[in-house]
Write a protein that binds this ligand. Sequence first.
Ligand code: PMV
Length: 341
Amino acid sequence: MTKESSPGTARAVAHANIALAKYWGKSERGDNLTAVPSLSLTLDALTTRSQVSFDASLKSDEVILGGKTLGGRELTRVTELLDRVRKAAGESRFARVDSINNFPTAAGLASSASGFAALAVAARAAAGLPASDKDASKLARQSSASAARSIFEGFVELLEDTDSAEPVAPSSHFDVCMLVAIVQQERKDVSSTGGMEQTRLTSPYYRGWLEAAPPLFREIKQALLARDFERLAWGMERSTLLMHASMFGADPPIVYFKPTSVELIHAIKNRRAGGHPEAFTLDAGPNVKVLTLASHAAKTEEFLLRVPGVTRVIVCRPGPRAALLSLDGPLSEARRTDAAP
Ligand code: PMV
């Protein structure tokens, strides 16, 4: 069959990641590059699976997420990624994209990170582009900067003004768990992209954030490499609060915290002072993620489930890299082929 008559289809899985050292703000150089460096942990339990089929019978791209057809800005973001792939591969056909998350979408759970990473890997393979972590990470980053990090396993960095993320340490480096305490499952009001831009344009504290983030990133990376939980806890909480402080200073202000988020911040701080190895972080949403040692995860989970307002807790271990999936059977059950993206 010729390329034009046979649908080029591929499937991929990617895992969400949560930043220990946050990025917030885009570089003045454009192309969705980040203004500050970030360092994340890929999470095994939060996945997006995506199937991409280039098909000559389609009149436009069709994108389905969790059984719902996307339109508007959400569709455009996917189409823009597909356009970049089409250009690189000399592919003229439109594509059908089917994606499923195994967790709530757009509630500060990094669904865009796993989503665009899975899409980038599947779309490149479907278009016949050669496997390349660097190129898959760049492609994902151009749509959602945090997605660049979800190409890799374990601990991953994305430096400022840099095209692709890089692995820092494998999943086995540090025996930790990240517990995601869900306080709200609904979609957030302010997107991360819109929130960053509003912060950059209106917050007097944005400049302070840009100054503080790079040295803090270096401290967090050193603490991680030394497996120094106390120092890592200090750094990641400081990164979280400096980032949110820059948002509080925006006009209109951006406040992702809910009462339960604030309650958990206080509780984790007190528990750590009382000897529990736990540290909090929050992204562009009210859910609180708690880092702890794997040996302590059951105690942390038990505590979080007792907090009124916490509706669910997802216990995550350091997760694997993004990978292609077999085309056999339903997307939700396809197995990793472990070919590089
Ligand atoms: O790249 P985005 O649009 O997914 O924004 C991610 C921003 C934060 O999650 C708040 C921080 C980070 O580094 O992941």
